[in-house]
Design a protein around this ligand. Sequence first.
Ligand SMILES: [Zn+2]
Length: 212
Amino acid sequence: MANKNIKRIMILAPHTDDGELGCGGSIARFVEEGNEVYYVAFSTAEQSLPKGFPPNTLELEVKAATKVLGIPPENLVIFKHEVRKLNYIRQEILEELIMLRKHIRPSLIFLPSPNDLHQDHHTVSEEGVRAFKNSSILGYELLWNNISFHTQSFVILSQHHVNTKLSALKKYKSQHHRKYLTKEFITGWAKTRGTQINADFAEAFEVIRWII
Ligand SMILES: [Zn+2]
């Protein structure tokens, strides 16, 4: 008999690395607790790569990073839409999400906060809510893109979950120039969210839908 406590969880990442940044520690914890985690990326952002990196760099990096988090390769879905143009193909993205909903039937979805300013993040957030409105949905923060963010729910993390998140993010060699990809920032961010709820570390989420 299927264990009712095991959840099927889906992470929607507009670009490879958004899921690791927004909920990498939580993914590490969910996998450790035996849940089935799926990761869906919508763009490998070939046009945004720094000079000198081959076009498939971010595809290889997301494969390596999700492996570190413990997501099985067969649970990783990569779409190769053009970066910054996801809003041009909203309907296509919605149809992909509906197809995934039918095939995977996740009960808990993580997607970018509806308050995320990045055009691709905003599109995946809106179409994700549209496709999964009958499931529980939590919005993750990417605080360099959020003018406001409501810390309505938390996943408590241990140091080793944060370490796993850091190891996963290390796989993104092409993104090492980003200000937010430092050990100090990622650790401090998890410490900040933990401190809000008297825990050592946490990740915070907006409650978009919650079904019990
Ligand atoms: Zn992104």
